[in-house]
Design a protein around this ligand. Sequence first.
Ligand code: PAF
Length: 281
Amino acid sequence: MNIYNKVSQVRNQVKEWKRAGLSVGFVPTMGYLHEGHESLIRKAASENDKVVVSIFVNPTQFGPNEDLEKYPRDLKKDSLICAGAGADLIFHPEIEEMYVKDACTSVNMNGLTDGLCGKSRPTHFSGVCTVVTKLFNIVPADKAYFGEKDAQQLAIIKKMVEDLNIDIQIIGCPIIREEDGLAKSSRNIYLSPVEREAALVLNKSLKVARKAIEAGVKNTSDLKGLIVDMIEKEPLAKIDYVEIVDSRSLKEVDFIEENVLVALAVYIGKTRLIDNFTYFI
Ligand code: PAF
């Protein structure tokens, strides 16, 4: 498995594979890989002849007071995970390789990016759309794989690919959880043992909401109330948002009549964690 840091190297390699008639799967990441990423790489390897993983902590998707500087990095461990899961190439560019000094083009979207995480992270999705478009141009793969934990990001990327006629199939993959239910995330490393325990409230409150829906509660303000009440009982938790939205438009709904995304973002201490489930009618 090669690790390339130049755009031209990756582009040439992928083009060569395509010329040879090989299919290419792509897993874009910011590194510090965990079993969630590993599941994406394994799925890509099972569906394609070749797999590219990008590892790039993208500065444009971090807000001014966010964790860009301290975002965890471990290329050595990441390489082992990639090789073990069936990747053929890692693209690991420096910031200067990805963004020319006078870059003045970005990809922006309206609507889907406004709610949920977009409310408290107003520049985040423009950074994501811009870097993902650039990565798709650098790695002209057949399929790209993203986790459903970032449900809003997945919906946005699917729409962006449709809107901009980008020739790639977007595959969403299920959330991978720790045994006790905490969704795997590179940011879990920030949690102290006490915070790690407190963080279980995210998944626990979602489970309570799912049970209530299954028992017939369809009014979303009642459902959100159940989640909020439970999280507020956890002293280390501070809610950023709890939302129930249409799973395609990501618009808030009052009653559950179509498939919905039940999503939340909660600070545990200083660490912002997200989790969700989709309820299919
Ligand atoms: O989900 C992530 O890790 C990032 O947002 C992505 C898609 C790699 C873009 O930087």
